[in-house]
Design a protein around this ligand. Structure first.
Ligand SMILES: [Zn+2]
Length: 295
């Protein structure tokens, strides 16, 4: 067994190899990427091609060490960026990796930065999955009943019609969900709701399956990713703490302030979600109907 030659300290590489040699399989994990750029970008959720290439080398190597019957590390992409097709797809093919693309149904083919139906059908024909990320990127926890149905049902049916495959999973924009959203996903026919918190797990067997994901940002180089995927149970308990703190901060500040801070931190300059949050601040949209129970 040999791990890919990463830009790692020999000590860290040896640690990961030791874990795998002891039979400690990599953690079950769903990784989530957003835009993939040819060169580094200011937006912290955007990774350059070289970084994704190194990540996929790690994923491929670790997947070989997953015991039979256990899921391997899964790769996913949110938002339907054209770069997922133009830059990520060739790398996925090179590493023989099949990914899941969560796309915004209302943006498919609408602008030059989004994938169109031809791109999505090609992804499906190459063995990848295309699932829903809603219709317009509204925070599902802020939607009225009618808006929630549009985000869930309209996006599902539109994507199914466009790619000719069933859509059974949805990823929550900004990872926001609550019990009301989870129940609405079940009523809309989804089998799984993907979140932005790697520790999310289903508690109610009657509801759609809740799947936690690790949102990958620029500062997570391949060395950190390898460490994350091979950490032991003690380290995992420590790693949960920042997620719990983030939930507390968001609950204290409210979504609108948190979103402003997130935009500053991430370098996000896009216009989406501002209308939704402004409306929520006026009391419309059920912001306080059912407080989020996780990210
Ligand atoms: Zn998104």
């Amino acid at each position: 067994m040999s791990l890919p030659a990463l830009h790692m300290e020999p000590r860290e590489n040896a640690r990961a190899e030791r874990l795998l040699m002891r039979g400690q399989a990599p953690r079950d994990a769903v990784l989530t990427y957003h835009e993939i750029c040819p060169a580094p970008s200011r937006y912290s959720y955007s990774l350059d091609v070289g970084q994704l290439d190194e990540h996929l080398r790690v994923v491929k190597e670790l997947s070989l060490h997953c015991p039979a019957g256990r899921p391997a590390v899964t790769v996913s992409f949110d938002d339907g960026h054209l770069s997922n097709y133009s830059h990520a797809l060739p790398l996925l093919e090179r590493h023989d990796c099949r990914a899941t693309f969560f796309v915004l149904a209302g943006r498919i083919g609408r602008d030059e930065r989004s994938m169109n139906w031809m791109h999505l059908r090609e992804l499906v024909s190459r063995g990848h999955r295309v699932e829903s990320h809603g219709w317009s990127h509204r925070l599902l926890t802020h939607c009225t009943g009618a808006e929630l149905r549009e985000e869930l049902i309209r996006s599902k049916k539109t994507i199914e019609d466009g790619i000719g495959r069933l859509v059974g999973a949805i990823s929550a924009p900004h990872g926001r969900w609550n019990r009301r959203v989870l129940q609405a996903c079940g009523a809309a026919g989804y089998e799984s709701l993907f979140t932005s918190d790697p520790w999310s797990r289903s508690r109610d067997p009657q509801s759609p399956r809740l799947v936690g994901r690790l949102i990958v940002v620029q500062k997570m180089d391949a060395r950190r990713l390898l460490k994350w995927l091979t950490m032991g149970p003690t380290e995992a308990r420590v790693r949960r703490i920042p997620y719990a703190l983030r939930r507390m901060v968001r609950s204290t500040l409210g979504d609108r302030t948190y979103y402003r801070l997130w935009s500053l931190w991430s370098g996000w300059e896009g216009p989406d979600d501002a209308d939704n949050l402004a409306r929520a601040a006026t009391g419309r949209g059920g912001l306080n109907e059912d407080p989020p129970v996780s990210q």
